[in-house]
Design a protein around this ligand. Structure first.
Ligand SMILES: [Zn+2]
Length: 299
């Protein structure tokens, strides 16, 4: 009897692992009240989960040295884009795009860029129509799965987009290739992006941002992410956002929304960072002291 139960349990597990859609989002266009599903593991039990609501007033104030971007202004003419059933993702950068400075203790390199339609983070309780995630791996770890095991493993630069009547050119150059990957039949088959694009074009002013320790917003929800959520937003039209809503994750089923519900802050330090004018030699130390002081004050 016990053996039978064990065998049944094992085959159920194998089935769930083998399924092509083992996690997903509620279709809120179809039913606004459909609950967000539980994704299991750390996603349900973690205490440093993302996204969260970011309050300008409630945040601690920090003064960091400037973020330093390398190669983000390089025109990328051979980017790859894939519909992975949860988002669309860009990769295949010519040279390493590296990020350092701010409160970061080491150098990070861009692994991939993807989007969420309806933003995941909210700022002062406002949800924006689009959020772009530029996912960086700490260079001291050889790959993303290793990096996800360490709390300093990953940095995500998040850019929120606000509604505008003027189309966003950088987003338009991504949308131009969407038809090649939209349908379910093309899922998980990368294509080359037809237009060229500099990653810089996706990023507004970086002089102020929210900084907090959180997680990936998709399973495994690893608590390895230093979040940099810019307070400046970029414009996008609703027609452009609707183009993303047309990608399929199952035959004839469109991914109308792909944001995770807000998570508890759990007394984490959320720092609203302003950039120190002029990078002095002592900035890194200063940034660390500011953060330590901010955390101490909160405790
Ligand atoms: Zn994301």
């Amino acid at each position: 009897m016990h053996l039978l139960v064990f065998v049944l349990a094992c085959s159920c597990l194998a089935l769930s692992q083998g399924a092509s859609h083992d996690w997903g989002y509620p279709d809120l266009d179809n039913n606004q009240n459909e609950p967000f599903p539980k994704w299991g593991g750390l996603c349900d039990e973690g205490k440093k989960q993302s996204p969260i609501n970011l309050h300008t007033k409630g945040a601690l104030k920090g003064l960091f040295d400037p973020l330093k971007f390398e190669n983000y202004d390089e025109k990328q003419s051979r980017l790859h884009m894939v519909n992975n059933g949860h988002s669309i993702q860009l990769s295949g950068f010519k040279h390493d795009l590296t990020l350092r400075g701010g409160g970061l203790m080491s150098e990070f390199v861009v692994e991939q860029i993807h989007m969420h339609w309806w933003s995941e983070h909210t700022i002062n309780d406002i949800r924006y129509p689009l959020e772009v995630h530029i996912v960086h791996r700490n260079k001291i770890y050889p790959n993303m799965s290793m990096a996800a095991d360490f709390k300093d493993g990953i940095t995500v630069l998040a850019v929120l987009y606000h509604v505008s009547n003027t189309p966003n050119q950088a987003i338009a150059s991504i949308i131009n290739s969407l038809d090649d990957i939209k349908s379910y039949d093309q899922m998980n088959k990368p294509v080359q992006v037809k237009d060229s694009l500099a990653v810089d074009d996706l990023i507004p002013n970086v002089s102020t941002y929210f900084n907090y320790a959180g997680s990936l917003t998709t399973p495994t929800c690893a608590e390895a992410v230093t979040w940099i959520v810019l307070t400046d937003t970029h414009p996008v039209t609703l027609d452009q956002v609707n183009e993303f809503k047309g990608i399929e994750y199952e035959k004839n089923k469109q991914l109308h929304n792909n944001y995770r519900e807000l998570q508890s802050e759990n007394n984490r330090a959320v720092v609203l960072v302003s950039q120190r004018a002029g990078a002095a030699q002592l900035c890194s130390l200063g940034a660390l002291l500011t953060l330590l002081l901010a955390i101490t004050v909160q405790l």
